[in-house]
Design a protein around this ligand. Structure first.
Ligand code: GUN
Ligand code: ZN
Length: 436
């Protein structure tokens, strides 16, 4: 197989930047090349140093745009693409009045199949090449999504939500069927091509003790699977959960009790946790997933990075859209809203830090930093082409921009799907806007 070559400005991170001037954290190549073979990056570097064996290959020329690793979304709901923007006050009202109605449609394989194509198209259009996804309660929703991802050779991780109480009857499983269906999904999909299965008890409010126990058993039986759930998002939710588990010290203690904390555990939101809960997150190496557009839309509260970093070691964290509580599929919009949430609390997230987080940082949160999140040789060839002048406001503002950090911050502040000129998945262009 001959290689595919791409040319453009390249940017990728090797570690988290310490500050806006930390040039040791990243690689930036003004006129760069990427050679892709068998879905992986075979070489990356300055175009002038392109190895002789590829010099006769015509490159896909993306100059003057910036090529970065594909964005990674660490918390998104497959059955909520048609829930985004539902007029609800807060979490529980939004779940009961809209979300739990919509998710019932995913029992139907034809609907799930059509939505799987739309979901993956949408991710590609917004520059997201990997996502950690909640399905509906129906295992067929995950079959549809992972089947489509496998065909497209996209790196996707998904699980059926386990819910055996406090939801409409058509959306509930049982402790046993939730366990069995998750096992079956793992057997059918986990590690097939680039897809994986996540153990996904939705949240403590919709699981009985028996189901939480079953989720803990799954985590013990499948230590290589990620576990995802929601934690400490909304005050009414926290109060309801406390009533259901009266023996618990707090919300985090419930998951802890059932063996659900750990290095592979991804907890959405983590807004209202106490010092004790933060300490347990830190000790257990668990990940807190910041979902800024969702937290603002549902009025849930302000996630604090400083709080996560008050623990030693720091609580690991990720950033995510949380579609459809979240209001944008765009990781650029998500970074922008994240910046504002932190700024409201006197905290800062400089642009290098943001782009690190949406790429290698999120890859590390899901334990895939050896495969995705960099443009280095050996990495999977998932990358995106960003155009800093992709709308009139950006073109105007670009005139006064001179540094890389300024350009990144411009794309985060004013960018959206128009900023993603192309998305390359496994070395193949999966999405491309017409050239400006
Ligand atoms: N908590 C339990 N389920 C959900 C969900 O679908 N979205 C959000 N934002 N929070 C939840
Ligand atoms: Zn969620």
């Amino acid at each position: 197989m001959s290689a595919t070559l791409f040319r453009g400005r390249l940017l990728w991170f090797d570690h988290e930047p310490e500050g806006a001037e930390d040039i040791s954290a990243y690689n930036y190549v003004e006129d760069g090349g990427l050679a892709v073979e068998f879905g992986r990056i075979a070489w990356s570097g300055p175009w002038a140093q392109l190895p002789a064996k590829w010099q006769k290959v015509e490159p896909v020329d993306h100059r003057p745009h910036l090529i970065v690793p594909g964005f990674i979304d660490c918390h998104i709901h497959f059955p909520q693409g048609q829930v985004v923007g539902s007029y609800a006050g807060s979490l529980l009202e939004w779940l009961n009045n809209y979300t739990f109605i919509e998710e019932q449609k995913y029992a139907e394989p034809a609907h799930a199949g059509r939505m799987a194509g739309a979901f993956l198209d949408m991710l590609a259009a917004y520059g997201t090449t990997t996502a950690l996804v909640y399905g509906s309660v129906h295992r067929q929703s995950v079959d549809a999504l992972l089947g489509e991802a496998l065909q497209r050779d996209m790196r996707m991780i998904a699980g059926k939500v386990m819910m055996d109480r406090n939801a409409p009857e058509p959306l509930t499983d049982t402790a046993q069927s939730g366990y069995d269906d998750t096992k079956a999904l793992i057997a059918d999909w986990h590690g097939k091509g680039r897809v994986e299965v996540a153990i996904s008890p939705r949240f403590a409010l919709t699981s009985t003790d028996a189901q939480m126990e079953a989720a803990g058993t799954l985590v013990r039986e499948h230590p290589d699977c990620l576990m995802q759930t929601h934690l400490s998002e909304n005050h009414a939710e926290i109060a309801a959960v406390a009533e259901l588990f009266p023996w618990s010290k707090d919300y985090t203690d419930i998951y802890d009790h059932f063996g659900l904390l750990g290095r592979k555990s991804m907890f959405g939101h983590c807004i209202h946790q106490s010092e004790r809960e933060i300490a347990r997150m830190s000790e257990s190496d668990s990940v807190a997933v910041f979902c800024p557009t969702s937290n603002l839309f549902l009025g849930s509260g302000l996630f604090s990075l400083n709080k996560m970093r008050s623990a030693n070691p720091h609580v690991r964290h990720a950033i995510a859209t949380d579609i459809g509580g979240g209001t944008s599929w765009s990781m650029l919009r998500t970074l922008d809203e994240g910046y504002k949430v932190l700024n409201l609390q006197g905290e800062r997230y400089h642009p290098l830090r943001s782009f690190y987080q949406a790429t290698l940082g999120n890859a590390a949160a899901i334990g895939m930093e050896d495969r995705i999140g960099k443009l280095a040789a050996g990495y999977e060839a998932d990358f995106i082409v960003l155009d800093a002048k992709s709308n009139p406001a950006m073109a105007l503002r670009s005139e006064t921009i001179s540094t890389l950090s300024e350009e990144l911050f411009l794309m985060q502040t004013l960018g959206d799907d128009r900023t993603v000129a192309a998305t390359i998945v496994s070395g193949v262009t999966a999405h491309q806007l017409p050239k400006r």
